[in-house]
Design a protein around this ligand. Structure first.
Ligand SMILES: N[C@@H](CCC(=O)N[C@@H](CS)C(=O)NCC(=O)O)C(=O)O
Length: 217
């Protein structure tokens, strides 16, 4: 398996966590978003979206992180499952995971932020305000939902699953944009529990070969 990703890409981070949780070995292939390597014709010929992550398995290129996560769970139904067994439990996990993936990531993605700057002409302060606005609009209800559900260290049961795989990268981005998480005790408790696990530590952006934190660039 080869994972084409970028250390700071939150969708790549999702896949790294999921592969680690399932104990699936993979080769990390960095694609530099800053230089636009994801738009190179050779890459686009394999992935017309020109997006990360892309997972190459047995000669097949698969993209779109949420579809990939669900595919991984079906193709490799090893413990732990990313989605629980019961229909209602699966609904609750998807409710929150897809809320973050579709309502925050989609509007705060790098091409959107670049477009706000050029051609729309917004400065960095305005872009940061945009970013935090869309975070708050969905993270507040996620936090309220976690309070309603009375969650412990994880949304469902005693292990992380699809929700945590999506939440942790989003919180890493929130912290990069100086988003105030002091009023989110449920999310930050879950974050602390996840970040103590080896699968999450190994997947962290700072621990990737293409991260400047590793002194590679
Ligand atoms: N819906 C896609 C979004 C993928 C995506 O936009 N990834 C970002 C990195 S987090 C990316 O590749 N951005 C560069 C671009 O689209 O030009 C998914 O979930 O995989």
């Amino acid at each position: 398996m080869r994972l084409f990703g970028y250390f700071r890409s939150s969708t790549s981070y999702r896949l790294r966590i999921a592969l680690n949780l399932k104990g699936l070995a993979f080769e990390n292939v960095p694609v530099d978003l800053r230089t636009g390597a994801n738009k190179d014709p050779a890459f686009v010929s394999r992935n017309p979206f020109g997006s990360l992550p892309m997972l190459e398995v047995d000669g097949h290129d698969r993209v779109q992180s949420m579809a990939l996560l669900e595919w991984l769970d079906e193709a490799y139904p090893l413990s732990p499952r990313l989605l629980p067994e019961g229909v209602e439990d699966r609904y609750v996990v998807r409710d929150l995971a897809y809320g973050i993936a579709t309502e925050i990531h989609a509007v705060n993605n790098l091409p959107v932020l670049k477009y706000l700057k050029d051609p729309l002409g917004h400065d960095q302060d305005a872009i940061d305000t945009w970013y935090r606005h869309w975070l708050k609009r969905t993270l507040d209800p996620v936090e309220a939902r976690l309070a309603q559900l009375g969650t412990g260290d994880f949304l469902h049961g005693d292990a992380p699953g699809l929700f945590e795989v999506v939440l942790i990268p989003q919180l890493a981005n929130a912290r990069r944009f100086a988003y105030d998480l002091t009023h989110a005790p449920h999310m930050t408790r879950i974050e602390a529990a996840c970040l103590a696990l080896p699968a999450f530590v190994a997947a962290h952006p700072d621990n990737q070969v293409d991260s400047p934190e590793r002194g590679q660039q």
